[in-house]
Write a protein that binds this ligand. Structure first.
Ligand SMILES: Cc1cc2nc3c(=O)[nH]c(=O)nc-3n(C[C@H](O)[C@H](O)[C@H](O)COP(=O)(O)O)c2cc1C
Length: 307
């Protein structure tokens, strides 16, 4: 099972402590890595090479708008020792799509040529692609997928929305079914899996999928991937007490490595963003509102007290 890349959340410390506390059931991706000012940012390289990138399986993901960025990033990943690379062809952030990256690449036919060429020329590296149905409508994927069918990929992950929807609104399951039918490469389903039942429903509706990928559902309920993999659903006290341990590890890490309470707080608070259902509205709102560490601790204590 795959833990989806989520900018600002699934950074190296998050992945490292998640794998240590929940068992390394998941295969993790880095949030997208981009080509910036003629190179890859130091912090991005550290996130794939450093101590916190060890002990679990990690696939770096790159985002690009043309053959130059694509090939430069592949070389940089290769130098970092990566043998697997995921190509982001689905990011809906307007800052990326406006510059021709992410979901904007779905309709870029000359870039599809570059992707096919790069995959063929780097045959020692295993590639995967993560994409959406389109940029502005759910039926724009056909041409890109037929190009991707020309090469061998470990899988294509599809989040069956188009970019303009961002992360809400309908998931187009009929389009997903068609995509699964047309793809010659294995297909991974991604989108709105929040419970073990959701995962079971997707697997039974689409028995042809290779795997599922989970993002927000696993951020809100960090045991989810482990629960699905083991086939054993955890009760609420076990889920919450383990989640508190996990967040405590992140707290210890960030208060040690970041300078000052404010910086640590602004890193830690978003980790609870998708957990409202899991921890309850009262605790969730209190964490969101916490303006200092003392308030953060008393907000987290509401979770502890609810056990
Ligand atoms: C805040 C945020 C940041 C994201 N960053 C990335 C990213 O860096 N790369 C990527 O491929 N997808 C990114 N995604 C998309 C997720 O990987 C995933 O495809 C999406 O959230 C749908 O799956 P889910 O419903 O399981 O969360 C991001 C999503 C969110 C909400």
């Amino acid at each position: 099972m795959y833990f989806a890349p989520v900018q600002g959340h699934t950074d190296a410390p998050y992945r490292y402590y998640h794998a240590r506390i929940y068992g390394a059931d998941a295969i993790y991706y880095t949030p997208f890595i981009r080509w910036e000012k003629g190179g890859v940012r130091k912090q991005d390289l550290k996130s794939i090479e450093g101590d916190m990138a060890q002990g679990y399986r990690l696939i770096p993901q790159i985002i690009f708008r043309d053959g130059i960025e694509l090939n430069s990033l592949i070389s940089a990943m290769r130098e970092s020792g990566a043998m697997e690379i995921d190509l982001n062809m689905g990011c809906p952030f307007p800052l990326q799509t406006a510059r021709g990256r992410g979901a904007a690449t779905i309709l870029n036919t000359s870039l599809a040529d570059e992707v096919v060429k790069a995959v063929n020329e780097n045959s020692d590296i295993t590639f995967s692609v993560k994409m959406r149905l389109g940029l502005e409508s759910p039926d724009e994927w056909h041409s890109l997928l037929s190009r991707l069918n020309e090469v061998s990929l470990s899988h294509v992950t599809l989040h069956p929305r188009y970019a303009k929807q961002q992360y809400g609104g309908e998931v187009y399951l009929d389009q997903f079914a068609e995509f699964l039918d047309v793809s010659k490469n294995p297909v991974v389903y991604n989108g709105d899996i929040l419970t073990p039942e959701d995962a079971a429903r997707i697997k039974s509706r689409f028995p042809g999928i290779e795997e599922i990928m989970i993002g927000r559902g696993a951020l809100g309920r960090p045991s989810l991937i482990h629960e699905i993999a083991s086939g054993e659903e955890w009760d609420r006290p076990r889920r919450l007490s383990t989640m508190l341990k996990f967040h405590r590890a992140l707290y210890d890490h960030y208060t040690e490595t970041l300078c000052g309470e404010h910086q640590a707080l602004s890193k830690l608070k978003p980790f609870w963003e998708y957990a409202e259902k899991e921890i309850g509205r009262k605790a969730w709102k209190a964490i969101k509102k916490a303006v200092n560490m003392a308030k953060y601790h008393s907000a987290v204590a509401i979770v502890q007290d609810s056990l």
